[in-house]
Design a binder for this molecule. Structure first.
Ligand SMILES: [Zn+2]
Length: 189
């Protein structure tokens, strides 16, 4: 049986058996948090459990390396929507140890894409058009530096409402242990 069919079959049973019932909540995060973290498979269940997050507690935005590459990309838009329409109040950027984005160079990704059949001319065309695809596909130099850059990008964003706290942490993808990289504090009046 192929994967899609398997998922659809499971899903029909899931709904029929009302297995969703213990998960029912609202779209507003009960803990008023928005988390920007990595798409790493090891974090799918580990991260929420290690932070004691239940369904409905937090907005979780996943992007490779927990990196926001551009202040006007869709990840940053998601942060702003979470902070306004969805009533989140605090941002947590959570990178992780042993992340695939550490040290990743854009040209390595491009090589892999070529191995998957991408014609070389397409890459050349983009480069000639002035699109810096290599830079765009880059990861970060180190996990802490990546987290700090993303924290700074959010903190310095011209559309960020005043007073929003933006914390930076790392998580161990094996044990779930957090390490604090940047604790944001309310400015004293
Ligand atoms: Zn990662």
């Amino acid at each position: 049986m192929d994967r899609l069919k398997e998922i659809l079959n499971f899903n029909r049973q899931f709904v029929k058996n009302k297995e969703y019932e213990p998960l029912v909540t609202t779209k507003f995060p009960d803990k008023k948090m928005v988390i920007v973290t990595c798409m790493d498979t090891r974090l799918v269940e580990l991260l929420p459990r290690a932070l004691n997050l239940k369904n409905g507690d937090a907005k979780i935005i996943k992007t490779a390396g927990a990196l926001i590459s551009h202040p006007f990309d869709s990840t940053m838009r998601s942060v702003l929507v979470a902070l306004t329409m969805l009533k989140a109040e605090e941002v947590y950027v959570i990178g992780h140890l042993d992340c695939g984005m550490i040290g990743l160079k854009g040209n390595q990704v491009i090589e892999q894409l070529k191995n998957k059949g991408l014609p070389t001319e397409k890459v050349h065309t983009l480069r000639h058009a002035g699109i810096d695809v290599d830079h765009w596909l880059n990861g970060c130099e180190g996990v802490e530096q990546g987290v700090l850059e993303t924290v700074q990008l959010i903190k310095n964003h011209p559309l960020l409402p005043p007073g929003v706290l933006v914390h930076g942490l790392t998580i161990d993808p094996h044990t779930g242990e957090l390490a604090l990289i940047h604790e944001d504090q309310q400015d004293e009046e």
